[in-house]
Ligand binder design. Structure first.
Ligand code: SF4
Length: 460
């Protein structure tokens, strides 16, 4: 995942970046970073943890300047330590440069090995540092050309923000797999992974950065380039299913609307006689609303989520580790007891969490549990920056719907079809999205190194 934010031409750039990152916190909670420019030099701050904890007021005061880029990290490639936190900021013969990146490069191992052979020394295992090294080695005259040089040598899904003392560059991979949007704030420019960041700042949304587009923002304003030509857009459909915040706008519709449509279509494709519809909070709720609207079965809050359990929660003792999903979710017995319950969630990955949720609903007295999933079976891993497990761990890759029903211990399961998902996001033939985790049709070729690395990450 990861979220990126950039601002140029604002007297309080660091504070705006802080707020923008806060609105993107759902995209990564492992570390946060901001780099600012005052026109002469860069100022850097990177911390582990949440945005609100990482930048106390005194730290923001230190980050002077009218331009900033920021990053919230969710580790996919790379380890969990401060050296991996972004933006990466280095000094080289071209001056200081900072890079914030969302995505994955699929041929990065070969490029990294080649650079190491030539003497490059890496501080981290993150893909982003490779880009910094490639830019430093470029003979080109200006920042945009150096970045273009670097990106010509890698393949992958990425949105990038690059900051120097004088200018900022934003770019998106030729297929536009990862999101990046452009807006305006008080005469300056803002860029973010999602429009939800603009809403908080009262910035005006202008448009998406186009697939393959490279934008330069400097004292002369904004200029647009397409160094790689234009490809068909293949935006990650999982952003619409799960990752993006419901108030974010993509293709002139909110993510919320898309998820409600997924639920409506799911009710058409997998109807069932039941008494109550319950969404798994938070991301399953809009689809549950859609299912209820279409089926006429009343929606109730049968599951309550604790908002105080983050990814980094460490269960302190072996004796309470088995509490697991109960720390995050709690069943409301008065809603569930004696009822035939439709449970709606956005996806089933390994199946272990869904199994615990169903057990919890049954323990609360539900008579029947019908599980409905607002996406197709997840059968293939993501190599483009989303933290899905290897195929071997994806339950739908090796089990039939009947076997999954048995494993989850529910009465029935219904997955949204691929056609249903396409209808929900307004892409009838699926030509404008990456759907590879459902179909195995990867728009960007994946090297054997990356496939092997994912195998190693899951310890198989
Ligand atoms: S493989 Fe799945 S998660 Fe990864 S970019 Fe494609 S649709 Fe998104």
């Amino acid at each position: 995942m990861c979220g990126i934010f950039g601002i140029y031409g604002h007297p309080e750039a660091a504070k705006m970046a802080y707020l923008g990152l806060h609105a993107l916190q759902h995209r990564g909670q492992e570390s946060a970073g901001i780099v600012t420019s005052d026109g002469t030099r860069l100022y850097t701050s990177r911390k582990m943890g949440l945005v609100a904890d990482a930048f106390p007021p005194c730290e923001l005061e230190r980050l002077v300047g009218s331009a900033a880029i920021g990053h919230v990290r969710y580790s996919t490639a790379g380890e969990s330590r401060i050296q991996e936190a972004q933006p990466f900021a280095v000094g080289c013969r071209h001056g200081s440069v900072a890079v914030a990146h969302n995505g994955n490069f699929v041929n990065v191992e070969a490029v990294r090995t080649n650079l190491e052979t030539k003497g490059s020394i890496f501080q981290s295992s993150a893909d982003t540092e490779v880009i910094v090294h490639l830019m430093a080695r470029s003979q080109a005259d200006d920042l945009a050309a150096r970045l273009t040089d670097a990106l010509r040598q890698v393949r992958g899904a990425y949105s990038l923000l690059v900051l120097t003392a004088e200018s900022m560059v934003a770019c998106r991979d030729p297929f536009g797999v990862r999101p990046l949007v452009l807006g305006r704030l008080r005469g300056g420019f803002v860029l973010a992974s999602e429009t939800s960041a603009f809403r908080l700042l009262d910035a005006t949304y202008i448009r998406e950065v186009e697939p393959g587009e490279l934008l330069v923002v400097d004292g002369n304003g904004l200029t647009s380039h397409f160094p790689w030509g234009r490809q068909e857009r293949r935006f990650c459909v999982f952003e619409q299913v799960y990752f993006a915040r419901p108030d974010t706008i993509i293709d002139d519709r909110t993510i919320y609307q898309d998820r409600v449509r997924m639920g409506q279509r799911l009710a058409d494709e997998h109807p069932v006689e039941a008494d109550v519809v319950v969404g798994v909070p938070d991301s399953g709720l809009p689809a549950a609303i859609g299912y209820s609207q279409k089926s006429g079965i009343p929606l109730e809050l049968g599951l309550i989520r604790s908002h105080y359990v983050g990814r980094t929660f460490i269960e302190p003792q072996q004796s309470i580790r088995h509490f697991g999903v109960k720390l995050k979710l709690s069943a409301v017995e008065t809603v569930l007891v004696g009822k035939r319950v439709v449970v709606v969630d956005d996806s089933i990955v390994r199946g272990t969490t869904c199994r615990k949720i169903i057990k919890m609903i049954r323990a609360a007295g539900a008579k029947e549990v019908h599980f409905r999933v607002s996406s197709p079976p997840t059968k293939f891993p993501c190599y483009y920056g989303i933290d899905t497990p290897h195929r071997r761990e994806l339950i739908a890759a090796s089990h039939s719907v009947e076997e999954i029903t048995q494993f989850l211990d529910c009465d029935t399961i219904g997955y949204l079809s691929v056609e249903g998902l396409r209808w929900s996001v307004g892409d009838q033939d699926g030509a404008h999205h990456c759907e590879a985790c459902f179909t195995g049709d990867y728009p960007i070729e994946v090297s054997d190194h990356v496939r092997e690395r994912q195998l190693k990450l899951v310890g198989t």
